[in-house]
Design a protein around this ligand. Structure first.
Ligand SMILES: *Cc1c(COP(=O)(O)O)cnc(C)c1O
Length: 443
């Protein structure tokens, strides 16, 4: 789609693209970062976040009934925020001392789906299910939503179909919740998606259709097929407002958790959040939410694999979701499920363009090293993609970001967003860990 000349002109304009296109790890600070209040108007605002939160609350009784493991939190799905000082000390041993305190947002422990996709994916399906149920007249907003588990509703939802294209975790979350509600659900995956994820889905009554080629092809095929059917709804990871809104709620919860732990966020106590990034929906949604709460006192960074810097390529070239990593010569191959994304989300990238502080890229080998180090020091297991945020604090400190923004890092709070891991079967965990340990013994 892009001529050689065109790509060369992008490189001339932004020399960092040279290293990006060679799959070298880079640190990029965003020249389009805007102060809150000075951003262009976005298509969503704080009020949409509040409504999203209320939708979650209406569904809480449904979760308690449908997924008894959520009873202890009264149907609210949330994950802990844990300080990880032992890993912090270990990371400090090589090169840069992390200033401030290091935390892990443990979305690997989110109930039911075991990944951050429980936020966006569940939300989009709840929204659609509620809309259908309200329209039908069988449900009113004030009702106890545990009725949605009844056979009447199951039969009702059975008339509708859900489709989604996914490399794994999104498919898992959409598949699990949709099947539970009664929808006929099809997950379109790339053929390299993990076997156990496909098996788990089929086990829950989900239809899995495999496609050769990358994630974009799976999305494309799924979209065409689903949209041809008037009773079908397609969850579009490449352009979804609902997924994005679902992710924003994580920010509200983190704000509560920081308060509970007596951690101040203000001009003298900056908050840094580092999120693994695929299409940019989950990190974009959390960044949007955090910015609504903390304004310029929160600094959000994304981390992408060196072979799939989809959002970085879109932002650096200014081409946004028109350009893919293949266009600049990358192969889009990574072991980090969920991050193997060639093209960024259209919806999310327009917003992130003005809200994020920067993007770092990471090599696969480094993801595995961090996986092993986190297990060794804090006894926490994450899937490879979920560890990406852990490189953030040191890389940020190596840039001039803190100086430019006059930030006192001694009082900083760093949060690496751990995006998934709990559903990974034991034998896979073992392989991941071994791979990381081996990497560590080599250096
Ligand atoms: C999906 C996913 C991400 C990235 O989310 P995007 O919305 O695609 O940017 C990160 N980590 C894990 C484990 C994921 O499943």
């Amino acid at each position: 789609m892009y001529s050689k000349n065109k790509i060369e002109s992008f490189v001339n304009h932004s020399p960092i693209l040279e290293n990006i296109s060679k799959a070298k790890p880079v640190s990029w600070l965003n020249p389009d970062l805007k102060s809150m209040g000075k951003t262009p108007e976005f298509s969503i605002d704080k009020e949409d976040m509040r409504e999203a939160e209320q939708l979650w609350e209406r569904f809480a009784p449904f979760f308690v009934k449908a997924f008894p493991e959520t009873e202890i939190t009264q149907g609210i799905l949330e994950s802990p925020l844990r300080e990880i000082p032992v890993l912090q000390s270990l990371l400090n041993e090589n090169k840069v001392d992390i200033k401030g305190r290091l935390f892990l947002k443990c979305d690997n422990e989110l109930p039911i789906a075991g990944s951050i996709k429980a936020r966006g994916g569940f939300f989009e399906i709840m929204r659609y299910a509620e809309e259908l149920a309200l329209k039908s007249g069988y449900l009113k907003k004030g009702d106890d939503y545990s009725v949605l588990t009844s056979s009447t509703f199951k039969t009702f939802f059975r008339r509708y179909k859900i489709g989604v294209g996914s490399t794994g975790n999104l498919g898992l979350s959409i598949g699990i919740i949709s099947a539970k509600l009664g929808f006929e659900v099809t997950v379109y995956v790339s053929s390299d998606a993990k076997r156990w994820k496909k098996d788990l889905l089929r086990d829950k009554g989900v239809t899995v259709v495999e496609f050769e080629g990358d994630f974009s092809k799976a999305i494309f095929a799924g979209r065409e097929k689903t949209k041809a059917d008037p009773n079908a709804y397609f969850v579009d990871d490449e352009d979804s407002q609902d997924l994005f809104l679902g992710y924003t709620i994580g920010a509200l919860r983190i704000a509560q958790q920081l308060k509970t732990q007596n951690i101040t966020v203000d001009a003298k106590h900056p908050l840094f959040v580092y999120s693994p990034c695929g299409v940019g929906g989950s990190p974009g949604g959390t960044a949007f939410g955090l910015k609504q709460i903390y304004g310029d006192n929160v600094h959000c960074f994304f981390v992408e694999p060196t072979h799939c810097p989809a959002v970085l390529t879109g932002l650096v070239t200014g081409e946004m979701s028109n350009i893919s990593v293949q266009d600049i010569g990358l192969d889009n191959k990574t072991e980090a499920d969920g991050l193997a994304v060639g093209r960024p989300s259209h919806f999310a990238t327009k917003i992130s363009k003005h809200l994020i502080s920067g993007i770092f890229t990471i090599e696969d080998a480094h993801l595995f090293r961090l996986l092993a180090q986190l297990k060794d020091t804090e006894n926490i297991f994450l899937e490879p993609s979920a560890t990406a945020g852990l490189i953030g604090p040191q890389l940020m400190q190596k840039t001039n970001y803190a100086k430019t923004h006059q930030l006192n890092l001694e009082n900083a709070t760093h949060i690496a967003w751990a995006t998934g891991g709990d559903l990974v079967p034991a034998d896979e965990r073992h392989l991941f860990y071994e791979r990381g340990s081996q990497q560590l013994s080599l250096i």
